[in-house]
Design a protein around this ligand. Structure first.
Ligand SMILES: C[S@@+](CC[C@H](N)C(=O)[O-])C[C@H]1O[C@@H](n2cnc3c(N)ncnc32)[C@H](O)[C@@H]1O
Length: 271
């Protein structure tokens, strides 16, 4: 599965939903309890997973601006959210007691780290912040702080990787994978596994109060397709860095792996 295709996003969504840190989500929900409405700008919206994950935690009337540079994902988001809803059309959907407005914005974050409209009350991003560079994260946090906007940033990789049963090649393969993560993902050299601590430090230095927590993927035999795609992706990345024994590792891993852990961090930041 290539890049951030709708198929890949659909495969990972159940694991993402299980992984998000409940304390961090609760902290975000508390911040908006008592609000009647909220405008949320979701950066790197993909096919709309953040809306599905967070709608129940946020005010009854929500207006989402879904921002992404991939037209296919944005169109897929509106289609998937319309199907997920109890009713509505492609602009306003209803789910339980929630009335959810949907707008899409096609934007490359390399050109603008802060594309949120003036009425935005919360910025969200899920599985995005490990792609950009340290400099981009600095610019993003500076723009957030200048507007005093709260942010909920979930599923930022933190470099933790483990597989069971342990095998000898795990360490060099995971090291090669982490090196690959630091490549350019369209925003200059990526912060990769350093992204989560770097983001948290930058938010703190900008005066934000943080609720942070781990949100690891723990993949086992109950998710064989996701396990297989992840192992292939890790081996492919390791191979691209020149670690040729990655194929040998993959062959063995596909037959024997009972559990794969990929670490992430979640943070809710408010001023
Ligand atoms: C890992 S996916 C996460 C999608 C969604 N947030 C989720 O949790 O399922 C990252 C998303 O960021 C988008 N993206 C990556 N680089 C981008 C950039 N430079 N500008 C805008 N969107 C970008 C991709 O198209 C993709 O939809």
């Amino acid at each position: 599965m290539a890049g951030f295709s709708p198929e890949w996003l659909a495969l990972r969504e159940p694991a993402d939903t299980r992984a998000r840190n409940p304390q961090v989500l609760a902290s975000c929900a508390r911040a908006f309890a008592g609000h009647d409405s909220l405008v949320i700008c979701d950066m790197g919206a993909g096919t709309g997973a953040s809306v599905r994950a967070l709608a129940d935690l946020l005010p009854q009337r929500q207006d989402w601006i879904l921002v992404d540079h991939d037209h296919r994902n944005l169109a897929g988001a509106v289609t998937a959210l319309t199907a997920w809803a109890d009713g509505g059309d492609r602009q306003i959907i209803h789910r339980g007691e929630r009335r959810i407005g949907l707008r899409t914005l096609h934007q490359d974050f390399a050109a603008d780290p802060a594309p949120w409209p003036a009425d935005t009350g919360l910025v969200t991003a899920s599985a995005l912040l490990d792609l950009p560079s340290h400099a981009w994260i600095d610019a993003f946090v500076a723009k957030l702080a200048a507007r005093r906007l709260p942010a909920l940033i979930t599923l930022t990789v933190d470099g933790v990787m483990a597989a069971e049963p342990v095998q000898e090649l795990d360490r060099p393969v995971f090291e090669s994978f982490r090196r690959h993560q630091r490549g350019d993902k369209g925003f200059g050299p990526s912060a990769g596994a350093e992204a989560a601590p770097y983001l948290e430090r930058a938010l703190k230095n900008a005066g934000y109060t943080l609720e942070c927590g781990d949100s690891p993927w723990i993949i086992d035999g109950a998710s064989p397709a996701l396990m297989q795609e992840l192992l292939k992706g890790i081996a492919g990345a390791a191979r691209e860095t020149g670690f040729m024994a990655a194929d040998e590792w993959l062959k063995d891993r596909l037959e024997t792996t009972t559990r794969l852990t990929i670490g992430h961090r979640d943070v809710f930041a408010s001023l």
